[in-house]
Design a protein around this ligand. Sequence first.
Ligand SMILES: [Zn+2]
Length: 333
Amino acid sequence: MIPILVAALAALAASSCSERPAATAAAPTAPSPTETSAAGRPPVFVVAFTHIEDNTPAGVLGAAATRAAYANVRSALVDLAQRTSRNGVPWSLQPDWKLLEAALLYEDAAMTANTGGVTLLRYLRDTLGARIDPHSHENGGYNYPDVAYLLDRLGVGGSTVIGGHIWDPALPQFQGWDRFRAPVAGLHYPSAAWRGDILMGSGTPNHVNDPVVSGVWRPRDRSRYFEDDPSGNITAIGAFRNGLAGIAELVALNASGRVPPSCLLTASIHLPPRDFLAAGGGALENTIIAPLAAERARGTIELTDFTTLVSTWRQRFGARACVFDGQRLTIVP
Ligand SMILES: [Zn+2]
């Protein structure tokens, strides 16, 4: 067993962008670091991220109470980013539109006094090393290109990560990821255009039936989402099972010798707002952030962000598609 991972499991909260059920997988028996390195396997690539939903900050934009709510969210985000930064854990913040409209309203001299006069998202990115991608439920009259546009206006744009989407075309909430094969216009800001090309968090509403998938591939089409199309211009990253147990499972698989070295295994793990907005990030530092850093120190995982992960897949793994669904490993030659 990996002691720190197992210890952390007990405290692991259910997470993801809304009410995701707790990870149910038991921690598998993992090999010692010596066995792992002897196998000559590349590490499992893991991304830690946070979604800020379109109900945050609470309240009507422009109201005094909303400014106070925004200030609280702001402090909590800075606190969490300080904790990821001091552990050397890359952290990807993926906000929906409301936080960004609030930032445009409220990031004035008084608000930025405790971040050296620097606005929140710039401070998180430039001082504390956070990566910033769009997240959008495409509600409230805002779509992904609107969120990307707001990030541009706040000086932290440029990401082409589609930070979570409903992947199943049979569901009414299906978000039509294949729209992004060409640039898409904003809804709230129709003159904005954006083409996202990296899908993470292929989900279902409220995460009740999320697919279990690790690896990187280019979805073929709506009905063959989990097949790789080498000519596809959108790449997907498998989240596997949210939580440290899923990561331990992949580390064990990696060490088993069943995975060819050309095959990149991936997982993402959510640092959920409800675990840090009210109480600060101290608990998450103990349950997720520090355990991830300790696991990386063993050489069994590498911590990264979604954009870098796709570059790594192209440059070091020859863009070979390889998908593990928890039982079966599918490799596209
Ligand atoms: Zn969400």
